[in-house]
Design a protein around this ligand. Sequence first.
Ligand SMILES: Nc1ncnc2c1ncn2[C@@H]1O[C@H](COP(=O)(O)OP(=O)(O)OP(=O)(O)O)[C@@H](O)[C@H]1O
Length: 339
Amino acid sequence: MATEPTALPGQPGQTMQLRDIVLDFRTRSGFGQDKVFRALDGVSLDIAPGQIVGLVGESGSGKTTLGKTMLGVHRPTSGAIHYRGTDLAAAAPSAWKPFRRDLQMVFQDPLSSFNPRFTLGSSLALPLALHAVVPKKQIPDEVASLLTRVGLTPDHAKRYPHELSGGQLQRVAIARAISVRPRFIVADEAVSKLDVSVRAQVLNLLKRMNRETGVGLVFITHDLGVARFLCDRIAVMYFGRIVEEGPTEAIFEEPKHPYTLSLLRARQHDRAPVASDADEAGLAIPDPAKACHYAPRCARRLPRCLVERPRLGEPPHAFACFNPVPAAAAAPAPAVMKA
Ligand SMILES: Nc1ncnc2c1ncn2[C@@H]1O[C@H](COP(=O)(O)OP(=O)(O)OP(=O)(O)O)[C@@H](O)[C@H]1O
């Protein structure tokens, strides 16, 4: 369950609020025509200081795009990103500058997020110096301490990115993100390359850091066991929309959206989350602006679902569905990850 948000020492906590975020990617087709792909379609989400919010959903549902949008990597086509009294969505890129230290990301591919010509020690020292986190002469000690906190040794500071395994690099990426003592971290599949024992260690580190410093964490993952262990709240994404959002236990024990249920069942049976026989029935995909975009795959589809778009309801447990899953039909929750 969500804990009371706590602020960073000496810094008031700030909730990040996303309101109705739409993001269209424009791509060039082979015939020189612009094609528009709507990657985020009306996403609203609040992340309070001290909360860990999990973003789950199948590949391509928009999790990474949403994470990058809330950190200013992508500029939304419309909608609002309220943070510390500013609507950053509409602001010029320079408006993000004062918040660069506050908002950090651990990227999905750790190798490409490090400069191959820098030692990892240099890569870690750079943000410490840039943001004057510690006095200059303390930087080597701080780098060593960061490496130790993520389960590596100070010796790793002398190595280059290509000399480390994917899992080791993931830990350096986490060390870099926490080094500047941010207020928010978006961690994209940040523990996916770690073996079980190291994964537990890093998850415990993230949880401890979150509880001690009040850093807000958006944790993108395919692993529902990890999400259940780590997150206070879960947002389930499907094709650019949040279809269900609520406290972690409610999502696992009482899933309301048929897609959430299919995701939980898919995990139990270790298969892809394809919902029903509706696909095979050859149902035409309805206009997503005017219908539930999950309707063609949904076993609980009503005629209304094909002509009306359901809105996400009210917190604390919100879901966008006209015919939610009754409590008795909810799947037994998947096993909790032990960490
Ligand atoms: N720069 C881009 N230009 C065009 N389309 C993009 C771009 N980035 C992402 N997309 C598309 O947006 C959709 C959402 O992608 P995104 O990477 O956010 O999904 P995801 O849920 O994070 O997937 P995964 O779990 O596989 O990482 C995909 O269809 C993807 O192809």
